[in-house]
Ligand binder design. Sequence first.
Ligand code: C2E
Ligand code: CA
Ligand code: CA
Ligand code: CA
Length: 278
Amino acid sequence: AKRRGRGRFELFDEELRARAGERVRLERDLHRALEREQFRVVYQPVVDVRTRQVVGAEALLRWDHPDWGTVSPMEFIPVAEESGDIVAIGEWVLREACGQVSRWQQRWPEFRLSVNVSGRQVAEPGLPERVAAILAEEGLAPGTLGLEITESVLMEADGDPEVILARLREAGARLLLDDFGTGYSSLSYLKRFPLDTLKIDRSFVDGLGSEDEDSAIVAAIVQLASTLDLTVVAEGVETEEQLAQLLALQCDLAQGYLLSRPIDAPDLERLLGDTPEP
Ligand code: C2E
Ligand code: CA
Ligand code: CA
Ligand code: CA
């Protein structure tokens, strides 16, 4: 790089420094965000494909930064993973979301919640005990809480993911395999791990009705799930056409902007209130 002349080298250098500076600030501010109460949880409704009734929701984390506005979890979750802050943040999300659902349980006893968990959280000893403690404190019935885990989390887990997952299930959590179909060893995972639900990745739902390959892949996943007695959820449903295809393929559940964006707890409560009880 030095041969290119001083000017360019310095420009490059400055840009690098600026970017590194941003990253340092992101890390530092993220580390403080919990105590500064800058996080909130939004809920994306999950609906029954046949009836369109809301049967549950996925909890999604939001960070309101005083200068940057709402920062996407795609940006800050990897940073929190690397620093280790994700462990405390993840526990906060679990408590917050479970506390919310415990307030709804009287009125909507069938309501199911799912929360994303990261690799660092799964690797941390004691997650099953903490999950059990939160469920007990909030008085949630077994099966109310689901944990969404990606294949990469299972792949990177040191220790024995089978044992950890079995203990999480004993603690009363359901297990959902997130972004299904995007990883490498999906099929062997279905055999190895005690899963309850597959979430079909948005990338396959995208082309439903327009791309033959996507329809074939979704059909195969739904079939597989049915054979293995797993519930199947389609993610990222944006059009009526996609939902019609999912109905024809007998997919159980769906979530996506067509049905609802992620919303705050009061809005979800209003939505549930409008839905006739099953
Ligand atoms: P994910 O678990 O795959 O979550 C689904 C993402 O798709 C969410 O983005 C959701 O808002 C978005 N989405 C839902 N419906 C549609 C749709 O119809 N079209 C499109 N284009 N997008 C849709 P979000 O909230 O930005 O979260 C991004 C990712 O960040 C999540 O992907 C998850 O991996 C991670 N994340 C979010 N909250 C948490 C958390 O509390 N803990 C951990 N560990 N990760 C989280
Ligand atoms: Ca998820
Ligand atoms: Ca997903
Ligand atoms: Ca995803």
